[in-house]
Write a protein that binds this ligand. Structure first.
Ligand code: NDP
Length: 348
């Protein structure tokens, strides 16, 4: 990490990509740059980052070849990320100093925007929720579960990474729709959290030696909706339990994001996957949440806002303090060390 300027009110710190990770990201994959705070040009605003969202997709963007739906971060490029930011200077007709916005400022203290990528947010008690339950992960859960999974009352919905940013929302929404909800999470603590705090009917520890048997026991009527967040061994355990006509919103496969050319390919699970999809007449649909903002975001914000305000949906967060802790926190997130939506609170 290189420091050109001492931290201060006139200094912007930003974290850039120094190297493409080989497996899990490590400290040397990142680089700290300090530079003068940028000035907004005509039609632009200067933003101060308050909260930075950390998300699994960031790992995909660190690879040499990107995931297809977004360009990879070039070496030396600022790490990307959604933020809750405050306008501190404005030369834009629609924004005034003090306005709170959702932005794509990335891993840095200050950023400049022309306003096109900003979403105004009303000042709220917990503005970080705009990056979690009321933001991208909550929206992903809402669209994936309701539009694609289409759970009916009494059906069984299974979701892995069950206490994570997306999974916790999937399970709680499915409960509101009358489904039986079974979570899969890493460890006893998270499983208790899914049942006791989030209201899941059951939750199975993916590290347990008898994980497959325990999952089958928790789903006596099979699985009607499997919200796919992880892939890997979890997917293999769910496949035999799928009911005929099951739906599988394919949201992500985080178990494989750190795979590298050197990783062992493991057993070829594709034939098992194809057989289950075919024989059980399963409808699998991948989706990228970016495609849905225009048509569906306002409706989601209204509905989820009411659920959160009335205590029907709980928003669990893990707050990391300080921009410089973001690299380690991303690595922790990818290893399942936290539950809830992971956000970094930047120094004021
Ligand atoms: P989470 O907050 O759930 O964090 C990731 C979790 O994945 C970890 O906490 C861990 O939970 C679990 N995990 C990590 N490694 C493994 C593994 N080897 N096997 C099984 N589980 C593992 O992340 P998000 O809620 O933000 O994202 C969940 C998924 O949704 C990701 O795949 C992400 O890429 C995807 N996503 C897709 C979007 C889209 O538009 N399609 C938009 C947003 C997210 P635990 O240890 O408890 O199992």
């Amino acid at each position: 990490m290189m420091t050109n300027l001492k931290p201060g009110p006139d200094v912007n710190r930003r974290i850039t990509l120094a190297a493409h990770p080989n497996g899990l990201p490590v400290a040397s994959d990142f680089h700290l740059v300090t530079e003068p705070v940028p000035r907004p040009g005509e039609g632009q605003v200067l933003l101060r980052t308050h909260f930075l969202s950390l998300d699994p997709y960031m790992r995909n963007l660190m690879d040499r070849i990107g995931p297809g739906y977004a360009p990879p971060v070039p070496l030396g490029g600022t790490m990307p990320g959604g933020t809750v930011s405050r306008v501190v200077d404005s030369r834009h007709p629609n924004y005034r100093p003090g306005d709170l916005v959702i932005a794509n400022a990335g891993w840095q203290d200050y950023s400049v925007s022309d306003g096109n990528d900003l979403l105004a947010v009303a000042d709220m008690a917990r503005p970080s929720l705009a990056l979690g339950a009321l933001g991208m992960p909550g929206f992903t859960a809402h669209v994936g579960l309701l539009d694609i999974g289409q759970p009916k009352a009494g059906e069984t919905v299974v979701v892995a990474a069950a206490t994570g940013a997306v999974g916790a929302m999937v399970g709680q929404i499915a409960k509101l729709k009358g489904a039986r909800v079974v979570g899969i999470a890493g460890g006893d603590y998270k499983c208790r959290q899914a049942v006791d705090d989030l209201g899941f009917d059951a939750c199975v520890d993916r590290h347990a030696p008898l994980f497959g048997e325990q999952l089958a026991a928790a789903c006596p009527a099979g699985v009607d909706v499997y919200f796919e967040n992880v892939g890997g061994d979890v997917l293999s355990a769910v496949l035999p339990l799928l009911n005929s006509g099951a739906r599988m919103p394919l949201c992500g496969f985080v178990a494989h994001y750190n795979d590298s050319a050197a990783s062992s390919p493991g057993a070829n699970q594709l034939p098992q996957f194809l057989a289950a999809i075919l024989q059980k007449r399963v409808r699998v649909q991948g989706f990228i949440i970016l495609d849905y903002y225009g048509e569906r975001f306002d409706e989601f914000r209204r509905e989820m806002g009411e659920w959160v305000n009335h205590g029907k949906v709980k928003a669990v967060e893990h707050v990391v303090h300080g921009l410089l802790n973001a690299p380690a926190a991303l690595s922790d997130l990818l290893q399942g060390r936290h539950s809830g939506k992971v956000v970094v609170r930047l120094e004021a």
